[in-house]
Design a protein around this ligand. Sequence first.
Ligand code: GDP
Ligand code: MN
Length: 386
Amino acid sequence: MKIHEYQAKELFRKYNVPVPEGNVAFSVNEAKEAALKLSGFPVVVKAQIHAGGRGKGGGVKLASSIEEVETIGSKILGMTLVTHQTGPKGRLVKKLLVEAGQNIKKELYLSLLVDRATASVVIMASMDGGMDIEEVAQKTPERIIKVYVDPLLGIQACHLRQVGFGLELPVAAMKPFSQLLSNLYKFFIANDCSLVEINPLILTSDDKVLALDAKVDFDSNALYRHKDLLELRDLDEEDLQEVEASEYNLNYINLDGNVGNIVNGAGLAMATMDIIKNAGATPANFMDVGGGASSEQVENAFRIILADPKVKAILINIFGGILRCDIFAKGVVDAARKTNINIPVVVRMEGTNVDEGKKILSDAGLNLISAVDLSDAARKIAEAVN
Ligand code: GDP
Ligand code: MN
């Protein structure tokens, strides 16, 4: 679960991770009030959306007077901010963070994340902060410092020194930086984070270190033990269909293509998306109804995909195991009765009770295209959309 920068910074404050003074605002008037509470100008007006790259997209601006807060605030609030992370549709900006402007001497990069390969928490840092870290990793990987922390032993002084020296910090900043990193690690562990990223972490002209940006992602599987964090969820920032699907325990991810697909099992769903691609079409979603789905869940899956206007055809690929083909077929028929299916639907079904399943589908008199195997299904779905 992602949260906004302003929320992440409020949490940072509680853990003594230094951040600039600032306040969130939901209107231009509130932005002006927030600016007046700070100690003078310039202030920074920042769009709050769950995506990075806001600076380049025009969502982060310096204001040197209250009038400028008004003009900049009214421009950013309500704008559809497009960044390399939002996709071409962009995101509507509904909140602003107004912060005290900082005198930046150096922009650094600092993040903590779970590294599955080594089963540890990895600290990543770089002197090339403020810019696209993926590009730094690709072009100059030697400029990224990686320090692995065993979660059972926790963070040690040697880790802190390794990162601090690696960043070539001035002596005066070494101790405050170590404290910041050690507190950030505490925050990461205590809240079951999967990612904490500060880009940039800045060194000010008086050698202070501050988190100028804050990106936090919590492990959703651990949220049950952090009820307080659940309040920070912002459904406005999430895909409506994905939120709905999660309410029915469906594993659904919205994608860009036009072939909707319904599959049981995540591995089969991945393979099905590959097959769709190979056949020259593109998947509109990932939808795993799960091994033990009920016909009601199948119906919900169908309805969610049919409601998506970009879907031009649907491929159903079911391997009947725990989810028997007859149960699945019943879900499809129920969904079809309640909705008006006006796009081609290709069905490939195999496994337990496949004959009963096929009979239910054919008796229902639905206009379905049946496929004998996966390659036949792929060919038929590509034909349907192209
Ligand atoms: P992002 O583009 O979404 O990652 O947003 P950031 O919070 O990282 O802000 C983008 C850039 O705005 C930073 O890299 C800084 O260069 C600049 N910026 C943000 N706050 C300040 C500030 O207080 N003073 C100055 N001079 N620049 C700032
Ligand atoms: Mn940033």
